[in-house]
Design a binder for this molecule. Structure first.
Ligand SMILES: O=C(O)COP(=O)(O)O
Ligand SMILES: [Mg+2]
Length: 224
């Protein structure tokens, strides 16, 4: 399947989104958001609403939770800053509810066997990325990790993809980006790389097929 996308060749570099693509991280994110909300004397949001708010990094997730909506322009900045610190503390508490999606490990193994370089470009704060990948047994697969606060801008800006391709010394034409949300498709298209979207992740309640990825898959192992 990968060869078909690349005109009979294999990509030299595959970059992955993290939340909603490799890891089902919403249960722990929702638990930390609810603990933050309760701390601030507000009602819990619950996992279903948090799922629709994930994708633009933790600062935006916290603001959406305070607004109780995906639109958060009305949120007080000072309160949001404080709430973000509470959230980061709560989320540091553990990731036991975070699971690896079916098909992920088989796909990572297949790429490794073929000598294809791998990296992660996520909007999740950098401090959580390596520990989480380590805890889930997949840190060793990735040569480069970019978090939401690693560079001055985050996805949908293509900067993370450019940064990784430069470090890897791999051209746009030999790079694949795999993600679950509109931000990923936009970042990949802006960078000029092929984009595969997974149907099982988080895309603010919208089917990710509407974002026009090059290919949509229901699990990563179908790409092998
Ligand atoms: O933390 C988020 O908001 C989303 O992270 P992701 O970019 O890995 O999907
Ligand atoms: Mg994602």
């Amino acid at each position: 399947m990968l060869e078909q996308l690349f005109g009979g060749r294999l990509p030299k570099l595959v970059i992955f989104d993290l939340d909603g693509t490799l890891l089902d991280s919403v249960p722990d994110l929702a638990s930390a958001i609810d603990s933050m909300l309760l701390d601030l004397g507000r009602p819990a949001a619950g996992i279903e609403r948090v799922r629709d708010w994930v994708g633009n990094g933790s600062a935006v997730l916290v603001r959406r939770a305070l607004a109780g909506s995906i639109e958060y322009a009305s949120v007080d900045e000072q309160e949001a800053e404080l709430a973000h610190q509470v959230f980061l503390q709560a989320y540091s508490g553990g990731h036991a509810l975070t699971g690896v999606y079916p098909g992920v490990m088989a796909f990572l193994d297949a790429l490794k066997t073929r000598g294809i370089a791998m990296a992660v470009a996520t909007n999740k704060p950098e401090r959580f990325v390596a520990p989480l990948l380590e805890e889930k047994g997949m840190l060793g697969y990735f040569d480069w990790l970019v978090g939401g606060d690693t560079l001055p801008v985050q996805k949908p800006d293509p900067a993370a993809l450019h940064w990784i391709m430069q470090k890897a010394g791999v051209a746009v034409a030999d790079t694949l980006f795999i993600g679950d949300s509109r931000n990923d498709v936009l970042a990949g298209q802006a960078a000029g790389v092929k984009v595969v979207a997974v149907s099982y992740g988080y895309n603010h309640g919208r089917p990710v097929s509407l974002e026009n990825p090059d290919l949509l898959v229901d699990s990563l192992d179908v790409l092998i």
